[in-house]
Design a protein around this ligand. Structure first.
Ligand code: AKG
Length: 261
């Protein structure tokens, strides 16, 4: 049974824009469990981008990734016969966190080439006041590979990685040149809604200007049909897996298939 309402339109939007909003993708039961797990995790008080790969430890995140219907939802949107898990990440913008998450693409950071998808799950109401994600419409299809970079404590640009690698170009200043790009966001997300976006979509996230509304996001990264293992030094070595050969389908080893049609 298909889980995604209006699937042909969802797939069309995803292919055209590089991102699509899925309403009610997560059940109320999972929302409560994920909220509790996130609140516990962020008590560690680490930097904004540090909460990742929780799914490799037993617990709620692992249970959700392995045993919920999220893998099927990914496969449906991507039109793929399988979904494998890359890693997961928490993004909590507490009230008053003014820092914008800088413009970037995800794929250059990970040891994978080919189609990948993030499901960014809202666990609070999200809008332009408390940290909505913004996207450059259609940028996933430009074929531009932007040089990865490190960020500071709150997620702002710090310095480039892979400086000498000719495969990459430096990213334009999308923020300074907003008028020349088709930048958009979804005005309102409710808890349990998810953004499915392509690993090559240029995106950022607004700051949280409110003094009262938390913005908890849980992002899971998935590989689908056509994705292959592509490890590079310097970038995300914590995701390398010696059991996979370069160019092999991105599944197995550390990256379990969580859905197969
Ligand atoms: O939620 C955020 O601040 C950023 C999320 C993001 O950039 C991502 O999931 O790739």
């Amino acid at each position: 049974m298909t889980l995604t309402p209006d699937l042909p339109k969802v797939q069309e939007d995803y292919r055209r824009d590089g991102v699509v909003l899925l309403r009610n993708a997560v059940s109320p039961e999972w929302i409560e469990k994920l909220r509790a797990a996130i609140d516990l995790e962020v008590q560690k008080g680490e930097r904004y981008f540090a909460y990742k790969n929780m799914r490799e430890r037993p617990g709620t995140f692992q249970d959700y990734c392995l045993h919920s219907d999220i893998g099927q939802r990914v496969a449906e949107v991507a039109g793929s016969p399988w979904t494998s898990l890359i890693y997961d990440q928490i993004f909590v913008k507490e009230p008053g966190t003014k820092t914008q998450t800088g413009w970037h693409t995800d794929q250059p950071y990970w040891p994978v080439a080919g189609p990948i998808m993030t499901m960014w799950i809202a666990l609070d109401d999200v809008d332009a006041d408390n940290g909505a994600l913004e996207f450059v419409r259609g940028s996933h299809a430009w074929g531009a590979k932007y040089r990865p970079f490190k960020t500071d404590q709150l997620g702002a640009f710090s310095h480039y990685l892979e400086e000498g690698n000719p495969d990459y170009i430096d990213m334009p200043d999308f923020e300074a040149d907003r008028a020349n790009y088709d930048i958009f966001h979804f005005p309102q997300m409710a808890p349990g809604d998810a953004l499915a976006f392509d690993g090559m979509s240029v995106h950022s996230a607004m700051g949280n200007r409110t003094s009262t509304h938390r913005r908890r996001g849980y992002a899971i990264r998935f590989a689908v049909e056509g994705a292959v293992y592509d490890p590079r030094d310097e970038v995300t070595e914590w995701l390398h897996d010696a059991s996979l050969a370069k160019g092999a389908p991105f599944k197995g080893g550390r990256f379990p298939v969580i859905y197969a049609a």
